[in-house]
Every structure is written in structure tokens, then in C-alpha cells.
Design a protein around this ligand. Structure first.
Ligand code: HQG
Length: 179
């Protein structure tokens, strides 16, 4: 398996469908590295420990973390399965950004940003990153999130290990279109 394929497979297993590989994440989303490699192997996906380490270290978005003793691995964010990443709530910067596609704008204007199938709404620290996130869905558009005001109003914010800002929802009054 190539590194990118392994990365995609890891995202799938560690964020969305561990049970499809006969795996169970612990409460914080960790899974035993040796068990994971065995589960991949059993389904015809060959990967060695060294390659796994390489993918964790070089992944473009730093999507995965190894435990300090190296025996466990988890996804840093993006889960649809219920896990408690045990991130501490922190004060966000005044402004954060959310990239989406133009076709979602009407619905977002009405309902605000919702986490949908994932556990959180994902926000970016800069508009360029947000635009790239939005492009995954179609014609990209960047929304400015009044994160400071939302935090002041009681919204909880978390910063994942790979620099993605997470929050539960962003109501319409805290959103504006970037010019
Ligand atoms: C949209 C990638 C209609 C939302 C990225 C988004 C990110 C609404 C889509 C991470 C809505 C969900 C997550 C509403 C939100 N009505 N549409 N009320 N509220 N939406 O993929 O943020 O490469 O689940 O705007 O870098 O695009 O996977 O979320 O367009 O960090 O590591 O519903 O995924 O990282 O799409 O991306 P997603 P996202 P990875």
C-alpha cells in the first residue's frame, strides 16, 4: 500500500468505521497499533510498522497521533464515531474561518453551521486553509466566524492536535461572508 492509501485507510478506520475492521476504539479514540496492523493485514492491506510511523510523521495535515509509548494510534479530529478526545476548552482567536461550498449557503444562513455526521464543526485559523476545505465540496466560499463573540456567549472551542478548531455549532448571527 502507498502512503496516501494507508492514510486514507487510517482515516476511515480511526474516524468512521473501526467495527468494519473488527476494531474498537477506546473512549479517547485510541487503538492498539499491532492490532490495527493485524486487522489491515487480515483484509489484504499490507502495511508495516515503519510505514505507519512514516505516515503519522509526514501526513500533510498531521491527521494522526501515536501515544507517547508508541503502542497506540488515534485520529486527531474528524470523527463520526463517538469519542472523547479529552481536549481542554480554550479561548479561540477573535475570528476563525469556515470553508464550504456555495450550494450549502442557503441552508447555512438558515441553520448556522452544524456538525452533521461529524462530532464537531471544523474551523480554520486562516482563510486560505478554509478555502481549501471548501473546495472539497464544490465552488468554495469562506465564512468568517465571530469566534470570540461566540465564546463570550458560551460557545466551547477546542484546538485539535493538528491545529483544527472545533466547536459544536455556529448560529447564523456569528457568521458572515468573506468579501
Ligand atoms: C456543511 C477535512 C448545509 C459544511 C478538512 C461542510 C476539515 C452545512 C459540510 C475536515 C451546514 C460538512 C472537516 C448546514 C455545515 N447546512 N451544510 N447547516 N452546516 N454544512 O467534510 O468542515 O482531509 O463533514 O460547510 O480539512 O468540510 O478529512 O466537514 O461543507 O478539517 O483530514 O456541511 O475534513 O480534513 O462536510 O471538513 P465535512 P468540513 P481531512
Amino acid at each position: 500500500m502507498q502512503n496516501q492509501q494507508l492514510s486514507k485507510k487510517l482515516s476511515y478506520v480511526l474516524r468512521h468505521k473501526p467495527e468494519e475492521f473488527g476494531l474498537q476504539l477506546d473512549a479517547q479514540g485510541w487503538v492498539d497499533v499491532a492490532e490495527l496492523l493485524r486487522a489491515l493485514h487480515a483484509r489484504g492491506h499490507e502495511a508495516k510498522l515503519e510505514q505507519l510511523h512514516n505516515v503519522v510523521a509526514t501526513n500533510d495535515k498531521q491527521r494522526f497521533s501515536l501515544s507517547t509509548d508508541g503502542t497506540k494510534i488515534r485520529a486527531n479530529q474528524g470523527h463520526s464515531v463517538a469519542v472523547d478526545l479529552a481536549l481542554a476548552a480554550v479561548a479561540p482567536p477573535e475570528l476563525l474561518y469556515h470553508g464550504t461550498a456555495t450550494r450549502f449557503l442557503d441552508s447555512i444562513r438558515k441553520d448556522g453551521l452544524r456538525s452533521g455526521s461529524r462530532q464537531h464543526v471544523h474551523l480554520s485559523a486562516d482563510a486560505e486553509t478554509a478555502e481549501a476545505v471548501g473546495r472539497r465540496h464544490g465552488k468554495p466560499v469562506v465564512l468568517i466566524v465571530q469566534a470570540g463573540r461566540l465564546h463570550w456567549a458560551g460557545g466551547l472551542f477546542y484546538l485539535s492536535a493538528n491545529g483544527v478548531w472545533l466547536t459544536e455549532a455556529v448560529p447564523p448571527p456569528f457568521l458572515e461572508l468573506e468579501e
